[in-house]
Ligand binder design. Structure first.
Ligand code: HAM
Length: 414
């Protein structure tokens, strides 16, 4: 009997995992500079949290969650996204009691039962940030800047920022009526999904890939904003402009989660089949209260790491070679082998990346391994050298050889 991975999941193997490490390290580095600190929350939470947090009428909650009942009869769900869980932790751990804005980030797997296709997985990874405790539009702009910087610094080209304001729930309720008046006469021409969305969440209709072309003259939510929403949105745009971050306004941009208020944004890029959204986020001023916490506003994003890595591959972006050995050690004879065991231990302790043979292979085969592993140096220890307390060092790029004292090996390799 043999086993295969579940549809929509991936094995990330050595050779590819370096890209992941590179991208994750970039995310952490940028978060450090922006003073966002890491938070790690559980991969499953109570089912109710996501119903309240993400929203009953969203595709995610309606058809994509992995739900299960544990042996203690608890109704649980594998997290389909990060924000709801982070807000649960924010409330439960009373982070709102701290004087400063909570600036948090996370990197980890999320789970959605979606139709698997290029760029769409059932287990996928997000890099997300959440800043909770202030309504300042500078924070919306900062979060967008952080995401934009991430894509730029990993080396991606052509990532566009689209922004919109989805207003407050009151603004949306009024806009919903206008929109329904516009959509109702078109109802029969709309796809099945849109017809059902019209009842539950008509704003989502505007975002539909199938029907979008029909909505060129649709009313814009930006014309329905009240004074407060208008001001918030114009300040976000102002800050982005001041920072020199290019953005486009897309009044049809409606995110697939219910918690957004005011700013909604997406990062878009071509190169992953039919999918063009690589990340998205926005402000969620009602979410913390909706899940039973104090009335604290927040703003954040989630960026898909699979999509980021697919784009890196698509654009053939060079990433620094992370796995490169400093030295591959070759022992000739039993006594030398014993010495090499000790030497690699010492070199590794000294901070060097050292490797050796474990299969008793001939020198030629070991040299090939050193090549494959892109070792900077090969160090060859024979019986004579051992007696003299020396070792032969070959620089792989130039082929140059020299003899160094065993006691000076670490220094010679640094
Ligand atoms: P989201 O738009 O549902 O937002 O997901 C964010 C990103 O996660 C997407 O743009 C995409 O790159 C990636 N993603 C989503 N589903 C999949 C999938 N099935 N396969 C691969 N990648 C996927 C959120 O999750 C919000 N929590 C973002 C946020 C944080 N808003 C405020 N704070």
């Amino acid at each position: 009997m043999s086993f295969q991975r579940s549809p929509g999941t991936q094995d990330i193997l050595p050779g590819v995992v370096e890209r992941w490490q590179y991208v994750e390290e970039k995310a952490r580095d940028i978060c450090r500079r922006y003073n966002f600190r890491e938070i790690r929350t559980p991969m499953f939470e109570s089912t109710e949290l996501f119903h309240r947090g993400v929203g009953e009428t969203t595709d995610i909650v309606e058809k994509e969650t992995y739900n299960f009942i544990d042996r203690g009869e608890r109704k649980l769900t594998l997290r389909p996204e990060g924000t709801a869980g982070v807000m649960r932790a924010y409330v439960e751990n009373k982070l709102y009691g701290e004087p400063d804005v909570s600036k948090l980030y996370y990197i980890g797997p999320m789970f959605r039962y979606e139709r698997a296709q290029a760029g769409r997985y059932r287990q996928f990874n997000q890099f997300g940030v959440e800043a909770v405790g202030a309504v300042d539009p500078a924070l919306d702009a900062e979060v967008i800047a952080l995401g934009y910087t991430f894509y730029t610094e990993v080396g991606l080209k052509g990532v566009r920022v689209e922004i919109n304001s989805v207003g407050t729930p009151e603004v949306r309720a009024a806009f919903r009526e206008k929109l329904l008046a516009y959509l109702t006469p078109k109802r029969d021409q709309l796809c099945k999904d849109c017809q059902s969305r019209m009842e539950r969440n008509p704003l989502r209709v505007l975002d539909c890939k199938v029907d979008q072309h029909q909505f060129t003259d649709a009313p814009s939510i930006l014309d329905s904003l009240d004074e407060e929403c208008e001001q918030h949105f114009s300040k976000v745009k102002q800050h982005l402009t001041d920072m020199g971050i290019p953005f486009e306004i897309n009044h049809r941009l409606v995110r697939g989660l219910d918690y957004y208020t005011h700013t909604a944004f997406e990062f878009k890029a071509e190169g992953i089949g039919a999918i063009d959204t690589v990340g998205g986020g926005g402000r969620y001023n009602g979410l913390v209260a909706d899940i039973g916490g104090p009335d604290q506003p927040g703003v954040g994003f989630g960026l898909g790491l699979e999509r980021t890595i697919m784009l890196l591959e698509h654009q053939q972006t060079e990433i620094p070679q992370l796995h490169q050995l400093d030295v591959y050690m070759i022992a000739l004879g039993e006594a030398a082998d014993r010495e090499v065991t000790k030497l690699v231990y010492e070199l590794r302790n000294a901070g060097l990346r050292a490797e050796r043979d474990y299969q008793g292979r001939k020198m030629k085969a070991q040299m090939k391994s050193a090549d494959r592993m892109q070792a900077r140096f090969t160090a060859i220890l024979g019986e004579d050298e051992l007696t003299n307390g020396e070792i032969t060092l070959k620089e792989m790029a130039t082929g140059e050889q020299r003899t160094v004292k065993l006691t000076e090996l670490a220094v010679a390799l640094s």
